[in-house]
Design a binder for this molecule. Structure first.
Ligand code: SAH
Ligand code: SF4
Length: 350
């Protein structure tokens, strides 16, 4: 068997690994050991699976290897955020970000679901690239395994907030979520899927009654403003989106997270805050304000801290929980919306 015919252990479910060990005449116990080395101890090489005999490792190496993705570049921010540029065997790359917060034990991976994105929001660097292709479930989970292999740490939370529109690759995203849940043992509630508002897919997601969090990139209190920055609103208007969200809450009982980028002079006015309060009044939701992160050649600006706080206070009057997203990794272009997934964006420093 040559190198390219080798099976890839990363992304295999326990039953797939059991089929492999069966084929090799080994017990299910061996499959369990291999599964732990992949998802929990996150080794890079079969030789690191030290509780397997040397002979068994040699036999396994003739049939399989751990991974076939590469770290093309890695950047570490002054705040501890790490951005990886990951390369798949076909040469396409995506970015994945690991965020840690000093006061919390959580390690959050921000994963990409597509190479590029077709939705083309004007404020987002990913959208500028257009859509290249969907990622497979294994390509999605390999991003997290890459982080774990590189840092030796176990990721505790997943947010689908990297490149791509997860709802336009829902089938693969759902399989990846299941692997995160069952194989990585990450609780469904610790997984968040963010969408620009693809209504039919939100309905499909609602019907599954998943306990994972649905986050909606709303970014405007009305369609007039929303259409200036999110062309998707022409296809799936805010009014219809609101109905879909009410339906989602009714079916799942879950609270929705509303993401709202604050862009100076565009959607951060007192009038916008009031309109947003009215819009969200009857929706079970938390609101996450995201100060706009400028992208290359962008015309928009981030509001002052003062106006961010004013906007937050006005919304809080409506009784909702409002948080302001901590900016992570902006010095290495790893903050929300800054991911482009190009080799030329990332300097090698490892
Ligand atoms: N496609 C999905 C998920 C990826 S984007 C979505 O749009 O929801 C993750 C979050 O980053 C979204 O809320 C998105 O609107 C936000 N974002 C994109 N560009 C941004 C920018 N320049 N500044 C701040 N947030 C941005
Ligand atoms: Fe795509 Fe999300 Fe960026 Fe919009 S914000 S272009 S949906 S990745």
């Amino acid at each position: 068997m040559n190198g390219t015919d080798l099976k890839i252990l990363s992304g295999m479910r326990l039953e797939d690994i059991e089929a492999l060990t069966d084929e090799m005449g080994a017990s299910k116990y061996r499959a369990n050991q291999i599964h732990k080395w992949i998802y929990f101890k996150s080794v890079s090489e079969i030789d690191e699976m030290t509780d397997l005999s040397k002979q068994f490792r040699e036999e396994l190496k003739a049939k399989a290897k751990v991974s076939n993705v590469k770290i093309k570049a890695k950047q570490v921010s002054s705040d501890g955020t790490i951005k990886y540029l990951i390369e798949y065997p076909d040469g396409e790359c995506v970015e994945t970000v690991l965020m840690r917060f000093d006061n919390r034990a959580n390690l959050t991976a921000c994963v990409s679901s597509q190479v590029g994105c077709a939705v083309n929001c004007v404020f987002c660097a990913t959208g500028k690239r257009g859509f290249i292709r969907n990622l497979t479930p294994v390509e999605i989970i390999e991003q997290v395994l890459t982080i774990q292999r590189d840092t030796g740490l176990k990721v505790t939370n997943i947010v689908f907030m990297g490149q791509g529109e997860p709802m336009l690759n829902l089938k693969n995203v759902l399989v990846a979520m299941d692997i995160f849940n069952k194989d990585f043992q990450i609780g469904a509630r610790r997984i968040t899927v963010s969408t620009s508002g693809i209504i039919p897919k939100i309905n499909e997601f609602a019907a599954l009654q998943s306990q994972s969090t649905l986050a909606i990139s709303l970014h405007a209190p009305n369609s007039k403003i929303r259409r200036q920055i999110m062309p998707i609103d022409n296809k799936y208007p805010l009014e219809e989106l609101k109905k879909a969200l009410l339906n989602y809450v009714k079916i799942t009982g879950n609270r929705v997270t509303i993401e709202y980028i604050l862009i100076s002079g565009l959607n951060d006015t007192i009038q916008c805050a009031k309109e947003l309060s009215v819009l969200l009044k009857d929706l079970k939701c938390n609101i996450n304000l995201i100060p706009y992160n400028p992208i290359d050649n962008g015309v928009w600006k981030k509001p002052s801290n003062n106006s961010i706080m004013k906007f937050k206070c006005l919304l809080e009057h409506s009784g909702k929980k409002v948080t302001v997203r901590l900016e992570r990794g902006s010095d290495i272009a790893a903050a929300c919306g800054q991911l482009k997934g190009r080799v030329d964006d990332a300097k090698l420093n490892h």
